[in-house]
Design a protein around this ligand. Structure first.
Ligand SMILES: [Zn+2]
Length: 266
C-alpha cells in the first residue's frame, strides 16, 4: 500500500483510475475527504483523492485539508498534482483556459493551516509555494498536447462558500494583482510544503468573477456555458494529468524536497 504521486481532484473531478484499490485511512487529524484510490498511470504508482469527497459533501471551508495531506504523506507521496476550478479576475485568463499557479494570496480564515502547532516550532519558506520543476513538466506536456495553458498565475484564495462582492473582486484583481480566484488552494499547498511534498496546482478557469462583469468587452457567461466549459475542462485536465505523471522524474532536485532543512527554530 504505497504511492509516489498523489492526485487531488477538485470540483467535478471525482475519479481518475480504472479499477483502483480503495483504502480508508484515519489520521490524527481525522478522516480524509474520502477513500484514497490507489492505482497506476504510465507505470507510476498514484493515489487519487477527491478534495470535496466522492459525493461532493465538503464545502471549501470544511475540506479536511490536514487529514488529506497527512494521508497522502502516509502513503509515501512525494509529489501532488491538484486541480482546482477558478474564477478569472484578469481578461487574459478566459473561461476554458488552464493555468499553473505560481503564487497565492491567502484571504481565508479559521482553517487549521499547519502541522506544527504543538511543541515543535517550524517555519517553512513559501516564497515560491508551487514546485518549479513540476510546473515545467506540466507546461511542456500541455504544449505537446496542444492544450492552451498559462504557465504562471497568482490565485487569491477566499474562504467561501459565498462568492466575492464586486468591490472584493476588484480589490483582489486590480489592487492585489491576482489573476484568478478560488476557495481551496489555501491551506492545501502550504500543508504539502510542510511535508516537503512537491505541489503542482492546475487551475481550470470556468467564469469571470464579479469584477469583470462591468466591462463591456467581456460578456458575462451563462450558467449553461459555465457547466459546458466545466465538463470539457475536467476531461482535458484528466488527459493532461495522464500525460504529466509519466514525465515526472523519479528523483527530486527541487527546493520542495529540502523544505524542512533549517526550518526548525528553538
Ligand atoms: Zn518540487
Amino acid at each position: 500500500m504505497d504511492a509516489e504521486i498523489g492526485i487531488i481532484g477538485g470540483s467535478g473531478f471525482y475519479s481518475l483510475l480504472d479499477n483502483p484499490e480503495q483504502v480508508e485511512l484515519e489520521t490524527k487529524y481525522g478522516k480524509p475527504s474520502g477513500p484514497v484510490s490507489l492505482g497506476s498511470i504510465g507505470g507510476r504508482k498514484v493515489a487519487f483523492l477527491s478534495r470535496h469527497g466522492p459525493k461532493h459533501t465538503f464545502p471549501p471551508h470544511k475540506v479536511p485539508y490536514r487529514a488529506n495531506i497527512e494521508a497522502l504523506d502516509y502513503l509515501g507521496v512525494k509529489r501532488i498534482v491538484a486541480t482546482s476550478t477558478v474564477g478569472s479576475l484578469d481578461p487574459r485568463y478566459g473561461p476554458g483556459d488552464f493555468l499553473l499557479f505560481d503564487q497565492f494570496i491567502n484571504a481565508t480564515y479559521g482553517r487549521p493551516d499547519t502541522f506544527y502547532d504543538e511543541s515543535k516550532i517550524v517555519h517553512v519558506s513559501v516564497a515560491y509555494p508551487y514546485c518549479e520543476d513540476l510546473r515545467g513538466v506540466a507546461a511542456e506536456a500541455a504544449k505537446t498536447m496542444g492544450i492552451d495553458l498559462k504557465p504562471t498565475g497568482t490565485v487569491a484564495v477566499i474562504n467561501g462558500p459565498r462568492f466575492s462582492t464586486k468591490a472584493e473582486s476588484q480589490y483582489f484583481g486590480r489592487a492585489a494583482g491576482a489573476n484568478v480566484i478560488n476557495m481551496t488552494q489555501y491551506p492545501e499547498v502550504v500543508l504539502a510544503r510542510e511535508k516537503a511534498i512537491c505541489y503542482l496546482g492546475i487551475g481550470l478557469v470556468t467564469d469571470y468573477d464579479a469584477g469583470l462583469e462591468g466591462r463591456e468587452d467581456i460578456k458575462p457567461v451563462t450558467m449553461s456555458e459555465v457547466l459546458q466549459i466545466f465538463a470539457k475542462n475536467v476531461d482535458k485536465a484528466k488527459s493532461l494529468i495522464g500525460s504529466v505523471v509519466p514525465k515526472i522524474a523519479s528523483s527530486r532536485s527541487c527546493a520542495c524536497a529540502k523544505a524542512l532543512e533549517g526550518a526548525t527554530s528553538g
